[in-house]
Design a protein around this ligand. Sequence first.
Ligand SMILES: [Zn+2]
Ligand SMILES: [Zn+2]
Length: 313
Amino acid sequence: MDCCRSANPFRLCSALRVLGSFMVFLVLAIVTLSYYAVVVVAWGPRLSHGFPVSVLASVIIVVFHLLLALLIWSYFMVVFHDPGAVPANWRPLLDEESLERTASATLSDYIAPETRASTSSPPEGIERRPNTGYCARCQNGKPPRCHHCSVCQRCVLKMDHHCVWVVNCVGARNYKFFLLFLIYTFLETILDTFVLLPNFVKFFGDARKHSSSPGNLAVTFLAFVLNLAFALSLLCFVGMHTSLVLSNTTTIEVYEKKKAVIWKYDLGKRKNFEQVFGTKKLLWFLPLFSAEDLEKIPALKGLDFPTRSDVEL
Ligand SMILES: [Zn+2]
Ligand SMILES: [Zn+2]
């Protein structure tokens, strides 16, 4: 299924590219606003208060900075890391069985019905096998789970979706970074909401008594409302992507999976998780992969994916 041609909401591609640059500034502006509200206005001054307030303030400020560092690191990794491009003149490795099928099958057998209309004959030297295709726009082979992104104007390996917040496609090689960004942002917004709550409640009293500066009152109010709104909406995304990772499905494949009796990429929850996060437990929490995982887990390269039948063999 080629999502970009069927039900992709990102048809206004050039407008989205312009919006993308704005989103980076928006993310940085929200981070700066939250930093000012939590550290400068709400809890920084409490560091000089007596015990136990000073200890609580220290803990909040340390956790805030730790989450912020992980959030920004994950964010720039997903923004600047290539989600995965199809190598020039890519062609699938054909095993003997596929070669036999290639000999007896017609072109239409190799292309999903919904992509036939947009697909022309491949140039000489590019072969097909079931589950792989050919992208007429890129003039190149199309590995399994790869989709053409209309915004990036190229094929992206194991494409999940094009994300305006990170100004990049989310695919095989940066999906983990995107998920960590999602999780750390969720945790940071939850923390901000709770630690700003006392100041938010005080906001109405202070506003009447004029005991705080109008600027600080406005920053506290805005930061609290924004963090609460983001925390609630991110809760849905975190839940959705947890379910997708554990079933080894991309956002694009949800519809396809619903139609399938057995989802062929579902290798069991643990293996499905490792296909995205790698096998090294310490690195699960960081936007990094070990060289060994990159070597041993084909899904992280994005060109080939083990299926249930491979595992069961
Ligand atoms: Zn393409
Ligand atoms: Zn894209």
